[in-house]
Write a protein that binds this ligand. Structure first.
Ligand SMILES: Nc1nc2c(c(=O)[nH]1)N[C@H]1C(S)=C(S)[C@@H](COP(=O)(O)O)O[C@H]1N2
Ligand SMILES: [Mo]
Length: 530
């Protein structure tokens, strides 16, 4: 008995559904806003010419997006069913079609603003699911297709006299193949349904926290106003204030914790006189501090993008530590996040006069989930890996000789003071500019020490002073600009900073491991005849 073509289509469709469900569940679990199907829908919307879109909205009204998603699912369903029929003749033809669909998904995902390579993980897992499940479902069909003669089944079993009957291998027949297909199809359908439910539940929880976040009113949080003169108006120079959606993101969480403020508590314990547990309402009822602070990552290579500057609002950690009474033998605070990440911070940086805080807002808005909602730590002058715990739930006052934290266990430095650094943003490497007078610009930073001077050198010439923009404190980066006269041809511009103690930024090139990169950043550009 030959399996009908419909069985092959069904195998294609079911494996397709399983892949889509897996990618949807993965996207939800990873907290990615758009599942691949929605990403494709948004891609279609972006590519739709204006008049067509207007006509569609005219006819469909607010049903335009659901109709689009259903349409995409219908087209995908048809293509996926076709992969099943293709599987009848070859293994690679359906794999190629799956690959093409996956490429469409990946392109759709990466062209969304603010996505990174990890956002493509759901598509990749969906693709793998397609291949595996299609192979699994078509295997009994292929056996049925081959028929009883092809592999000698249903032929008299070679019952050798010295092997007892019951020891003979079971030789499955066509009825077995059919049953095997149906069982596998049933299993795949259930697994896809479970993945779908998981996706909905995980996504639902995050959506709920996101809604709470949007509705939160934090009375003490003020809106940021960029200090006069801090921002230079130079084309292509990143803004002095980094918007939340452009702020770099670094963490080890595959699934970002989604924490309701009503479920959140912070326990402060260890070498203290009085242990304290704070709830969210208790925390936000305390006196607030607000400050511009530039946060950067120890893994940022010279000239790299892992740095951002925001207006942070929260409660000074020094006030809380004074209240619990810190034992004189302590020199560190071990911070733990909801997802189990840890870091140890020098106690001194949390108790001196700097604006180290339990931050609840970033740029005047409750912290975005990916930046640590509802509460994170921010400490001016220290790299994030020793200070800036997101989704913070536990603070243990302790001693460095007693603790190991996530990154220090992996060979990174125990203390993580930010190293003075500077960057050329304009012109960027590879740019072409008209020959003559060109504008150079960038940023320099040495949080909690402050930048006094920035110097630039063109084509290895002498170091010339750049003009510095204003800053509100020593805790932020500073923008710089300079002008240079260049002839047509290729040029190199280098930058270095001098901090408020007169120390000149070192030109010695060091890797990011173990405690931050050093070296002068440069860009090369071409000046063209006007
Ligand atoms: N829970 C948690 N907090 C964390 C991390 C992490 O992996 N998990 N990474 C740290 C590192 S290495 C940096 S540089 C900063 C980055 O903060 P951001 O993602 O808000 O820019 O968060 C810090 N806080
Ligand atoms: Mo980092």
């Amino acid at each position: 008995m030959q399996p009908s073509p419909r069985a092959w289509s069904l195998a294609g469709l079911l494996s397709g559904a399983a892949g889509v469900a897996v990618s949807y569940a993965t996207a939800s679990l990873m907290g990615i806003r758009e599942s691949p199907v929605v990403a494709v829908a948004e891609g279609v919307i972006r590519l739709t010419p204006g008049p067509v879109a207007e006509a569609a909205i005219d006819v469909l009204g607010h049903w335009d997006k659901p109709v689009l998603v259903v349409g995409i699912l219908a087209v995908a369903g048809w293509v996926l069913a076709w992969t099943g029929r293709l599987a009848r003749r070859s293994w690679w033809a359906p794999a190629l079609v799956h690959l093409a669909l996956a490429v469409v998904g990946i392109v759709a995902v990466v062209t969304i603003r603010g996505t990174t390579t990890v956002d493509t993980v759901p598509v990749v897992l969906g693709f793998v699911t397609w291949l595996v499940v299609l192979a699994l479902l078509t295997e009994p069909l292929r056996r049925g297709e081959a028929g009883p003669d092809a592999d000698g089944r249903d032929e008299p079993v070679d019952a050798s006299p010295d092997v007892p009957d019951f020891a003979l291998p079971v030789r499955p027949g066509p009825e077995h193949d059919r049953r095997s297909f149906l069982v596998r199809a049933g299993l795949v359908t259930s697994a896809a349904a479970v993945a779908g439910v998981v996706g909905r539940y995980a996504g639902g929880r995050r959506r709920h926290v996101e809604q709470t976040r949007r509705l939160l009113r934090l009375d003490q949080v003020t809106q940021p106003t960029v200090p006069p003169g801090a921002r230079l108006e130079v084309r292509d120079l990143p803004p002095w204030q980094t918007p939340n959606e452009d702020f770099y993101q670094i963490d080890t969480a595959l699934v970002e914790p989604a924490i309701e403020p009503s479920d959140w508590t912070l326990r402060i314990h260890g070498l203290v006189d009085r242990e304290l547990t704070l709830t969210y309402p208790e925390l936000i009822a305390r006196r607030f501090t607000e400050a511009w602070i530039t946060l950067n990552c120890v893994s940022n290579p010279v000239g790299g993008p892992l740095i951002g500057n925001a207006w942070w609002s929260g409660v000074r950690i020094a006030d809380v530590l004074r209240e619990v009474g810190v034992d004189p033998s302590a020199d560190a605070v071990l911070q733990t996040s909801d997802d189990g990440w840890t870091c140890a911070t020098p106690l001194a940086a949390l108790t001196d006069d700097r604006d180290a805080m339990l931050a609840v807002a970033m740029n005047g808005k409750p912290l975005p989930i990916e930046h640590g909602f509802p509460v994170r730590m921010v400490v001016p002058g220290l790299y994030g890996y020793v200070s800036a715990t997101k989704w913070l739930v536990d603070l243990e006052v302790t001693r460095f000789d007693r603790v190991e934290a996530y990154w220090t266990e992996r060979g990174w430095g125990e203390q993580g003071p930010v190293k003075m650094s500077s960057r050329v943003d304009v012109p960027r490497s590879g740019a072409s500019v008209p020959a003559g007078e060109v504008t150079l610009a960038g940023v320099a930073w040495s949080q909690h020490t402050g930048i006094e001077r920035v110097e630039v050198s063109v084509d290895g010439g002498e170091w010339l002073p750049a003009e510095l923009a204003a800053v509100p404190s020593q805790d932020t980066w500073v923008q710089w600009t300079a002008r240079a006269d260049v002839e047509p041809g290729d040029h190199l511009v280098q930058v270095r900073a001098v901090d408020s103690t007169g120390t000149v930024q070192t030109g010695v090139e060091r890797d990011v491991l173990p405690d931050g990169a050093t070296g002068w950043h440069s860009t090369d550009f071409t000046a063209e005849d006007a």
